[in-house]
Every structure is written in structure tokens, then in C-alpha cells.
Design a protein around this ligand. Sequence first.
Ligand SMILES: Cc1ncc(COP(=O)(O)O)c(C=O)c1O
Length: 435
Amino acid sequence: MISLENTQKISKEFGSPFFLVDEKKIKENIDLFNDTFSEYKGKFILGYSVKTNPLVGILKIMKKYGVVSECASSIDIESSLTAGYKYSDIVYAGLFKSHETLNNSVTNNIKLINIESLQEAKELYEICKKNEKKIRVGIRIAFPSKTGIKSMMGITYDRFGNSIKMGEAFKVADYIAERKDYFEIEGLHCHPGSNIKSSKIYKIAIDKLYDVNEYLINKHNIEIKLINIGGGVGIKEVKFYSLFDYGFSTLFKIFGKKYEINENNFSQKKVLSEVVQYLNKKFSKRKNFPDIMMEPGRALIGNALDIYCSVVLKKETESGNWLIIDAGTNILSILTLLTEQHEVLTSSTIKEKKTYSIAGPLLYSSDIIARNLKLNLTKEKDFIVIKAVGAYFGSQSSNFLFPRCSNVLMTELGEFKLIERKETTGDVLLRSIDL
Ligand SMILES: Cc1ncc(COP(=O)(O)O)c(C=O)c1O
């Protein structure tokens, strides 16, 4: 947490709430991947999943440290180009790729397009033919995961990429391999989930990619150069509710208590080292080790942003003592909040403690950030800091009732610099005026 003096200064100048981006943390996160993968016997390519937080100021930092941009839409691509990336540094991978964006990617010689379906492969082939351009492609393989609380809610990963079980992966592989005039198969890709805290899931993904590669070798004599095992690495600062945790936290809420998820033994370094060892073993039979790519989002940016909010109102009701802050689920996405636990701090230094629930300023009942936290006695105009909100919060924020907030960078030298200003009401109305 930065000093109260700096918090007051920044919120006065750039508005409250504000996201604070810590460049030093981003660099440490990048180093952890590169250092761990230095044990891999082939080449390692680190990408950044831009949609996790596509701020141009963040992309500039990623570019500075040699991280490849992995884009899922034209917004991601345009943000990357604005940050100084070239098409030749960009991997394009997304469930729906618009015709126009595919066309631009082909004509500008994008580094790689990861193909999601046979339908997309056919569309892309026509685009290449029309433009007389041969391009490098990867095939995204679906990860058949069915675990965790999200999948119980019907939220699964199996529609992303091409299913091995349903045969789609092999159909796409055949289609591409038989069209060498416009396609060069460079990669196989599988993104196995989010907030993963064990190497087991990556080992399943690696086995799947290996099997498709064997198929390509045996049937088409094609040995894949690039194996991309996606993103998804968890961070220790964000605790993810398991079904068990969810049940207990609901019970605790009923009794006015806070439930703490216990995940103390998670280490990113350990998980990644196990992945590296597995890759070294798995590909040891090959003449050349393939290049390995990862494109984490959360693990590069999640713990590098905190949000600083002001207490705008205090209320004592029959359900507890409420601190109403100026950031609600307009800025901190409700689905993410329901599945993750984030540390919350107060700027108050009063030693006396009180139990508070924290809610946003929106006019619906689920606009709740946290329940039953024991904090120092907090008053209006104090600041509440919600930690490790770099992944998916800013990019999914909306201007429901209030404009989106600013992002301020704390540089490696400890200086503060605005990298995205607060939205104005004028920005919000811009699309309606002049019609
Ligand atoms: C293809 C792909 N790669 C990488 C990521 C980043 O995931 P995470 O932020 O969990 O690392 C995602 C997120 O959904 C994704 O779809």
C-alpha cells in the first residue's frame, strides 16, 4: 500500500477510485517465467494474454521486456500496435475472429493465427487465397476440463478450440496439412483454464498436444515447431473458491463471520518447474525440442494492480456495519468477485478494530465487495485498498452509473504517472451526440 499522502495526492489529481499499476511487480512476474523456463531444453517464448488487461501503458511494459502479445480481438491488436508492437510480434487467438480482423492479420503478416474450428480454417484459407498470402497457423486444442465451482455452474472450457474426443482436432489438422499452398502449420495450442495451482492440468494439456503432434507426424510427416500451453497460472494473492470453500463461506456469511480460504502451499515457481521437467521428459525422444510458449494473463498482471477507493458513506443496518465505497461491481466484475477472495486493507491507522461489510455505490443488492472483515476503525474519506485486481477487473469494468476510473503507473523508480485518464460523462455520451 502506498503512503496516505501519495494516495490523497493521486486521488485529488486523477480521481477516486484509481487502479495503481506496479511496474516492478510486472517485471518480477516476467522474470519468474523466464528464469524457470531457462531449465527447458528448447526455446521458451513468453506471451501476454492482452485481454486480461489491455491498457496501452501495460502493453508498453510487456513490450519493453520482450513479451509477445497474444490478442483475442481487434481491440487487443490495436492496443498492442499503439503500444509499439508490430503485427509480426502478435499471436491472434480467439473464439470469434471477425472477417475484417482476420483479413488485416493476413495482409499484415501476423506472427501466428491459432485456429479455433474447421469453419474458421475454411474462411482463413479463402482470405489467404484472395490476398495471395501464405500464413503461419496453430491449431487450438480444446481442454476437456470439468472440475471446480465454475463448471458446476455450467461454465466449462470445452467449447474453446477443437475437440480431440469429437474428432474436430484431426479434421482441422488434415484440412490445414493438405493446404500447404497457403498454410504453414507452426503450432499447437491448448489453454487449460484459469487460476491453476497445480501442474497436473498442464500435464494433461501437454499430453493432448503431444498426441495431436504424433498424429501430424504419422499422417502428414509434419513435426510441430511451437507447442503453446496457454496461460492460466494462478497467483497466491488471489484465492479461488473451491466448492467446499464456497459452501463454508456461505455458512460463515449467515453467521456474520469471514471465511478464509487455505491455499498456503501454492508456489508458482514449483508448478512451473514441474511443467518444465515434464516437457523435458516428454519431448526427449524428439531430435529437436519444440519451442514452448505460454501466454499468461493473471500471472503477469494480477498482483501488479491494486485499486484505491474512497469510503463515501457509512451505514449501520440490521445486517451489519457497511462501508460504501466509490468502486462497486461496475469496476470489479461480479462473477470474478464471487469466485475469488482478495485482500482488503484500510488506510485508517486507528488500532481499534471493527467488523465491516464493504459495498459499492450501485443500486442493486449484489453490489458487494466483501462481507464481515475485521478492519481498523474506518471513517468517511478514508481509503479502502483491494489488492491484486490486475486481471480481468479493469478490462471488464463498465460505466454503469459511474464513469470508469483512471489507471496510474508506479514506475520502477517509484514515480507516479497517469497511463489512462478517468472516463468523463462526455466520453460516455460521445456515441449518442451528433447522431
Ligand atoms: C487462450 C487464452 N490464453 C491465455 C489466457 C489467460 O488466462 P489467465 O489470465 O488465466 O492466465 C486466456 C484467458 O481466458 C485464454 O483464453
